[in-house]
Structures are given as structure tokens and as C-alpha cells.
Design a protein around this ligand. Structure first.
Ligand code: GLU
Ligand code: MG
Length: 430
């Protein structure tokens, strides 16, 4: 007999891992009203499961307060009972916001963008991952698509059933690599879905006896797994505002200013969007991850790519027009990633920034030789983060200090490993 269903109340931490507590499904109503208990020091858990030295210590208590709108159901299957997963804000015991909650960080950034500019964000996170134990197949091949059935079709059905609006399910370029993309959605919804989609993929793979990994790189010579974040902006009437056909690459003046903030703060942002020691093995030129800090039209080496649009079949250019932030991966917390991109864009919209070059599609590699380089490692990215007063100023000091402590503890945990060993250690936990 299949056991009774449960409800898993979840958050995503600074290692980008979903953690939480479960209750019997019969308690759903009371849990939606009152939440479940949680512990401040949980925020200091590293990707490897240790607790980094932190400001919270052994005291203090929080609530995980579920947002009913995020509920997804994983149906019963064989011996596995049905489980409902619901994402939560971390609050103080009286229900008021906790200053270190990553989901609250994203929501506040979106609220501040709207208050200052009247704009809303539409976003989508694209996830690449690798599946162990499949036969060798070619990039983008039908053979690879079929090699994992019925997993692929079940995944698409699961995501559709859960309301996550899958868009593309594809065999990717790298060995054993696949990608799942979701439809664009309002900013917070998109980040919530990024938290959930990884776990739904992982859970379905487990039921198929398969192991998947979202680690940035499985082998130093292999293809990387990115989480590209697509962003567009809408005004208060819902009209898209990034497109202006009279300007270079069609990027509106407003979009150009938004991009300026992201590029200017990129060296620090990477400490949050690519926050694992292995992230920087992926972020090297010629991998189509991101090869430098630049904005370019339809160029997969760019940090910020102006994405293609298509008018075929009545496609609307302004509605599709979006910017893609490429140097992020699944070791990042999606709420923090979205939050810092929104804050950086808002800084660009409201502050004094140099307008970055919009490199045209025809740009050659020698022409790009002078663009600023990405941080060479996590240590450098964390130092940039701590040293950028604008970016550091977006965070509650305890949240920033905990992030830096967790990430420095992860660096210490991999000290002395060579790149092959480092990739393998990260792949073990992602
Ligand atoms: N796998 C590449 C990365 O690490 C992305 C390839 C693509 O453009 O989809 O980001
Ligand atoms: Mg891809």
C-alpha cells in the first residue's frame, strides 16, 4: 500500500540546494497558515553539508512560511507516495520578514524596481544537466532524445502538470547533456520555478534509477552546464520596453541603461551567480558560457547576450526581445541571482553609468580582445563582492557575511584538489 502523502515546505539556501521539512498532507491548511519551524544557522550550510562559521550560532528560531501559489504536486508512483512541495519565505516567529531570506531578497528587489521605475521583470531560467549511464550519443541527436525515454516525456508531463510551463526539452551539445527550458514568467515566479525544476528533474531521475547532475562542469575538458537567465522588462500597461528598432541591435535606451548596471557590477555579481569553486572552470573563453564582460548581439560568448527574435508565423519582436545573463549556474540560489540582476539593472536605470558598447553580431575575436575579463576564480569573485560597496549595500550585513563564509568554507574544502577532482567533488553534490 502506498503510504500517505506529505507536504514538503522548502527553501533554497546559499549553496542553491533546496532544503526544508515535511508534514502530513492532512496538516496542509494549518501549515499554510502557520508555517513550520526553521533555524537561522541553516543558512550557513555549505554545498558539502557542513555548517560554516556564522553569526547566528546555536540560538534563534525562524518560520518557513509557505506561499500557496508555489505548490507543486509530484504524483504517487509505484511505492512513492504523492508529495506536495511548497516554497516558503523565511520569517521571524511572528511572521515578519527575516532580513536574510533569499526569497524575500528577490521580492524586495522586484518591488523596489517597480516603485522606482514602474517596471516589472519577466524572466526565464534555462537549465542544462548531464545524465549518467546512458549510451554514447551525438550532440542534439534524436538518438539521445530517445535514449532517455520515457524519462523525457514523463518530465515534460510532470512539469506541465505542476504548472511550470515547459518550453523546450532537448538533447544538448555536451556528452550526456540535456536542457530543459520553461516559458518566461513574472520574475519571482521564474525564480521559484528555477528552484523547483532542478528538484523535479532529480526526483524523476531517481525514480528511473538514474543520476543527474547540474554541476557547472563534470570534467575540465568537457562541456559546461549553465543556467542562463533571460530577462525582459514590462511597463505598467504590460508593454515590453527593451526593444527600439531605431537603436543599435534594437536595444532601447532604457534597456541599454539596465545592461550598463549589470555589466558594471558583473565582477561582484559573479560571487553570487557563479558561486562554486568549479564555476570558474566553466567560465572560460570558447565554451559558449561567457568569455568576458561584454554586451553583444546574438553572441554566446557574451556576459549579456541580446537574444534573437523571430517574426515567422506572426512572431512579435518587442514581445520576444530579451537579454540573457550567461555566467550563472545551478550552484547559485535563483532568488539571489534574480535579485542581484534586478538590483544591478535598477542601479543602471537610476545611476550614472557609462553606456557599454553594444558589440554587433559581426564582431570578431580580435576586436573583443580588450573587453574586461571575468574573475578567474571564486576567491576573486568573493573579494570583488565584498569590495563593491553598491552590491554589498543591497544585502543585510548578516546575509552577506554568511554568504562569504559559506563560500570560503567551500573553497577551503576543495583546497589541494586538482581540476579533475574538483569537478568530481562538485558533481557529487549537484
Ligand atoms: N553549455 C553552455 C554553457 O555552459 C551553453 C551552451 C548554449 O548556448 O546553450 O553555458
Ligand atoms: Mg543550452
Amino acid at each position: 500500500m502506498t503510504p500517505d502523502p506529505t507536504v514538503f515546505v522548502a527553501t533554497s539556501d546559499l549553496a542553491g540546494q533546496m532544503r526544508g521539512r515535511s508534514v502530513p498532507a492532512s496538516a496542509l491548511d494549518s501549515v499554510l497558515r502557520r508555517g513550520v519551524g526553521w533555524v537561522p544557522a541553516d543558512l550557513a550550510i555549505t554545498a558539502f553539508g557542513a555548517i560554516a562559521a556564522n553569526v547566528f550560532g546555536s540560538t534563534g528560531d525562524l518560520r518557513l512560511m509557505p506561499d500557496a501559489a508555489t505548490q507543486v504536486e509530484i504524483p504517487a508512483h509505484k511505492d512513492d507516495p504523492k508529495v506536495t512541495v511548497v516554497l516558503a519565505d523565511q520569517t521571524l516567529p511572528d511572521g515578519t520578514p527575516w532580513a536574510c531570506c533569499p526569497r524575500t531578497f528577490a521580492r524586495t528587489a522586484l518591488e523596489d524596481l517597480r516603485a522606482a521605475t514602474g517596471l516589472d521583470v519577466v524572466a526565464s531560467f534555462e537549465h542544462e544537466f548531464m545524465v549518467a549511464g546512458l549510451p554514447k550519443t551525438g550532440p542534439f541527436s534524436f538518438e539521445r532524445h530517445r535514449s532517455i525515454e520515457p524519462f523525457g516525456s514523463e518530465l515534460v508531463a510532470l512539469l506541465e502538470g505542476a504548472g511550470l510551463e515547459p518550453e523546450n526539452w532537448l538533447p544538448e551539445f555536451g556528452a550526456d547533456q540535456f536542457e530543459i527550458t520553461l516559458q518566461p514568467a513574472p520574475g519571482l515566479v521564474a525564480a521559484d520555478r528555477a528552484v523547483l525544476v532542478k528538484e523535479l528533474v532529480r526526483d524523476l531521475a531517481r525514480r528511473h534509477g538514474r543520476r543527474v547532475t547540474f554541476a557547472p562542469l563534470l570534467h575540465p575538458d568537457g562541456s559546461g552546464n549553465g543556467v542562463h537567465v533571460h530577462l525582459s522588462l514590462r511597463d505598467s500597461t504590460g508593454a515590453p520596453v527593451l526593444y527600439d528598432p531605431t537603436r543599435p541591435a534594437g536595444l532601447s535606451a532604457l534597456g541599454h541603461r539596465f545592461a550598463a548596471g549589470v555589466l558594471a557590477h558583473a565582477p561582484a555579481l559573479l560571487g553570487l551567480t557563479a558561486p562554486s569553486p568549479a564555476s570558474y572552470l566553466r567560465l572560460t573563453p570558447h565554451r559558449w558560457s561567457a568569455g568576458g564582460i561584454f554586451l553583444a548581439e546574438r553572441n554566446r560568448e557574451a556576459l549579456l547576450r541580446i537574444c534573437p527574435t523571430s517574426t515567422v508565423g506572426g512572431g512579435d519582436t518587442a514581445g520576444q526581445y530579451n537579454l540573457e545573463f550567461r555566467p550563472s549556474d545551478a550552484t547559485a540560489n535563483p532568488w539571489l541571482t534574480l535579485g542581484v540582476l534586478v538590483r544591478a539593472g535598477l542601479a543602471g536605470l537610476t545611476g550614472e553609468y557609462d553606456e557599454p558598447t553594444i558589440w554587433p553580431e559581426t564582431v570578431t575575436e580580435p576586436e573583443l580582445a580588450g573587453v574586461p575579463t571575468l574573475p578567474s576564480g571564486l576567491g576573486e569573485a568573493l573579494d570583488n563582492l565584498a569590495a563593491d560597496p553598491v552590491v554589498a549595500g543591497w544585502f543585510d550585513p548578516d546575509l552577506l557575511a554568511t554568504h562569504l563564509a559559506v563560500k570560503r568554507a567551500e573553497l577551503a574544502a576543495v583546497a589541494g584538489l586538482d581540476d579533475v577532482q574538483l569537478c568530481a567533488k562538485m558533481a557529487d553534490v549537484y
